[in-house]
Design a protein around this ligand. Sequence first.
Ligand code: DX5
Ligand code: ZN
Length: 218
Amino acid sequence: PDQPMIAPSILSADFANLAAEADAVRGSDWLHVDVMDAHFVPNLTLGLPIVESLLKATDIPLDCHLMIEDPKRWAPPYAEAGARNVTFHAEATNDPVSVAKDIRAAGALAGLSIKPGTDLEPYLEILREFDTLLVMSVEPGFGGQSFMPEVLDKVRTIRTRIDSGDLRLLVEIDGGINADTIAEAAEAGVDCFVAGSAVYGADDPAVAVEKLRAQALA
Ligand code: DX5
Ligand code: ZN
């Protein structure tokens, strides 16, 4: 992308007013939707029926982040429904390539996510099967946690591979992104910034999105 992408996370929005909350961040590149199953992470959020409703309620492309077990079974329907990008966790499957193939075959971009403690190295060889890499900068499960700057080494590694022409991939970061942390993440080579509390906790979420974009450029 020629400018930083901002993906507000509806995890910090009002779940009883999702259409209005999507409208409140018009101008965003993607709308980030955190799907949690109370097994892969100790929290439960929303699933396919709500994603289907959200697709009808907004023109912003949906970035579905599946923090769930058994993505082979559960991920492709999000792509079939019309999500732009469907990301699942490397830690949740023994065969990430086959899940990525299913997602792409269903018409979405395929994303791989890794938790803060998961090394990137074992996955470098399979990343050509993916369109996005989501580097978690907090333990997945909850919004409003503090950014873990040590994960930026993984961002720098993947950015070097991309810049050398080895890989074509969008680099996303998720967790603790705000006015104080976005610049260092941008400098490490992130393309797309997920932000929940920093956007929906602001007085005007749309203004917060544009401020974050400007701070990523600074
Ligand atoms: C956490 C989710 C994030 C969360 C980020 O497991 O994946 O997308 O919404 O929230 P903030 O930006 O508040 O850290
Ligand atoms: Zn997320």
